[in-house]
Write a protein that binds this ligand. Structure first.
Ligand code: C2E
Ligand code: CA
Ligand code: CA
Length: 345
């Protein structure tokens, strides 16, 4: 009942009876705690209300949430994560793994791959990137962490080329919007490339449609600058958020990666099929290759290939694995017989 009453505030019903005759529009959120407030528990109740408010804010303007004990546990875990995350770089708890990207027309010769971060925390065990990257973005820790990823990716690729991988191997690096908005982003990226003995064409940065929620003009300017210097741009998780369709023609990019949820649902779901078909037409229109992520079996791979999806990535070809586990020699990179990634990592 209280939730409904408070929600009314944001919907705006009944507001026109304000005595002043003016109409007010409220924006914001509410976090509610249902309990008897005493002088003993007041601090805890306020803390719980604050946790609930944060929870509501994440779901959008006008959302009213009621406290549940899982919210407190989630928040406490986030606080612990944050504490350990800030020390993890100095404690050398991160490493990068590589997942090959296959050109469907030439499966023998792989010359591309995406690098993905792994965190083995001494205190918390293995923490998946989906869990800590959003927190790093929220707290700003993504800036030092993102710099570490860039430097480490360049170092790993240079070492792999020294072992015999093709000199034109392209490493795809995931980059968050906040990183792109840093003044020194391009300088740091190109400096890391140069210092590792690589060239700009060895690097492609992956951005998601989420970058479009930030300053689109500044992001576009940065991306154009990088491309002028030979660094490629891939649009990641494409299709996950269609609200950005209207920006597509203003953004510079060199390839599109289809969100793996469409790919994994592809065979059994007519809707996923029609989304992929439209993306293929769209990519053709933009004259850029389409990369299908999350290919887990041969039938999906073959169907996407027939539809004209040029590049592919997924467990079917290879799980993400240590750079050193891939065999390289005399200008070739082999992915077929490398050790699979330990699922627990
Ligand atoms: P993403 O960029 O979409 O990365 C692809 C994810 O799909 C990876 O998950 C990869 O392990 C997983 N994957 C690849 N092939 C398959 C498959 O066939 N089936 C299934 N089910 N999954 C597959 P991962 O490594 O857990 O990374 C999750 C996300 O975390 C990434 O999604 C990316 O958004 C973010 N991330 C990872 N590393 C970095 C990083 O260095 N920087 C930033 N900013 N984000 C990162
Ligand atoms: Ca990616
Ligand atoms: Ca992706």
């Amino acid at each position: 009942r209280y939730r409904d009453m408070l929600s009314q505030l944001f919907i705006g019903e009944g507001l026109d009876q304000h005595p002043s005759g003016k109409k007010y529009v409220y924006t914001g959120n509410v976090g509610m705690v249902m309990t008897e407030v005493t002088s003993e528990n007041i601090t805890q109740v306020l803390q719980e209300a604050w946790i609930t408010l944060k929870h509501a804010q994440k779901q959008g303007n006008g959302v009213v949430s009621l406290f549940a004990s899982e919210m407190r546990e989630h928040e406490l875990y986030n606080i612990r994560l944050h504490e350990h995350l800030s020390d993890a770089i100095h404690h050398h708890e991160f490493h990068l793994v590589l997942q090959p990207i296959i050109d469907q027309g030439d499966e023998e010769h792989c010359r591309e791959g995406e690098c993905l971060i792994r965190w083995h925390s001494k205190a918390l065990g293995n923490v998946p990137p989906d869990r800590f990257i959003p927190l790093a973005e929220e707290t700003g820790l993504i800036i030092p962490l993102g710099k570490w990823v860039i430097e480490e990716a360049c170092r790993e690729l240079a070492a792999m080329i020294a072992r015999g991988a093709p000199k034109d191997f392209v490493i795809y690096i995931n980059v968050s919007a906040i990183q792109l908005l840093q003044q020194d982003f391009a300088w740091h990226l190109m400096d890391s490339i140069r210092r590792s003995g690589l060239i700009n064409a060895n690097v492609c940065i992956e951005i998601t449609e989420r970058v479009l929620t930030s300053n689109v003009q500044r992001i576009s300017k940065m991306l154009n600058y990088l491309r002028r210097h030979g660094i490629a741009i891939a649009l990641d998780d494409f299709g996950a958020n269609f609200s950005s369709l209207s920006y597509l023609h203003t953004l510079p990019f060199d390839s599109i990666k289809i969100d793996r949820h469409f790919v994994s649902g592809y065979l059994g779901d007519d809707k996923a099929k029609s989304v992929i078909n439209s993306l293929i037409v769209l990519a053709r229109g933009f004259k850029v290759p389409l990369i299908a992520e999350g290919i887990e079996d041969e039938s999906v791979k073959l169907q996407l290939q027939q539809l004209g999806c040029q590049k592919a990535q997924g467990y079917y070809f290879h799980r993400p694995a240590e750079f050193s586990s891939f065999r390289c020699d005399t200008g070739s990179f082999y992915y077929q017989h490398a050790k699979p990634e330990d699922k627990s990592r």
